[in-house]
Design a protein around this ligand. Sequence first.
Ligand SMILES: [Zn+2]
Ligand SMILES: [Zn+2]
Length: 255
Amino acid sequence: MTLIDTHAHISYNDYADRIDEVIQSAEENGVKKIICVGVDLLSSENCLKLAEKYPTLYATCGIHPHDADKAPKGYLYELETFSQHPKMVAVGEIGLDFHYDFSDRKTQRRVFHEQLEMAKSLEFPAVVHCRESDEDILEGIQNSGNKKGVVHCFASSVDFAQNILESGFHISFTGMITFVKELEQVVRDIPLERMMVETDSPYLSPKPFRGKQNEPKNVLHIAKKIAELKEISLEEVADSTTETALNLFKKLNAN
Ligand SMILES: [Zn+2]
Ligand SMILES: [Zn+2]
């Protein structure tokens, strides 16, 4: 059985003293590929450095909405340079976060749209973060004409999920589905072929690891929860989510 953790922030300092162990135990638990997600220029570069060192690791590059107002002039050029790397698989994470509003909304929108356009022109999938910004995210995706990507850490309604799927984007689930009851119906209602799994490490540990630092090996428990909710086998969930990830993040296949 093979799983892919499509979203983990293991370039963060939280893992610095045990990164070998984290990657090895993921592998031992069937997690054969991990996408290490950047949130600004520095973390994107750090993800790439890790991806160069560990064969199972891949990277994304992008400016998170929290950091939108810190994006330096010329950041798009930097991201484009990163994108040439064989292990750089996506633009992200990008998006809008109207819960925290760490960057002002006007800047969040500009930086989100610029990166969506860039992803489209590079033919790269976009990894999108959405918090209390459903309508604006959907409008942004539709207006960009970008049809390749994922709304990660899905935590909204069935209706929004369906609109996202119609736009061409996929959805990925975190450990939240193991402890947020409202998300169970979303998992049941949307087609298995359109979903992927992620830990969003170090955040959002699934049951039974609540309160502990999350890590990619735990993606197994998210796949198990999907299997339980959809009343299918774990193998089916693993096969389908892996295939969806390999089809979306094309550069996972080449290297
Ligand atoms: Zn996010
Ligand atoms: Zn994230």
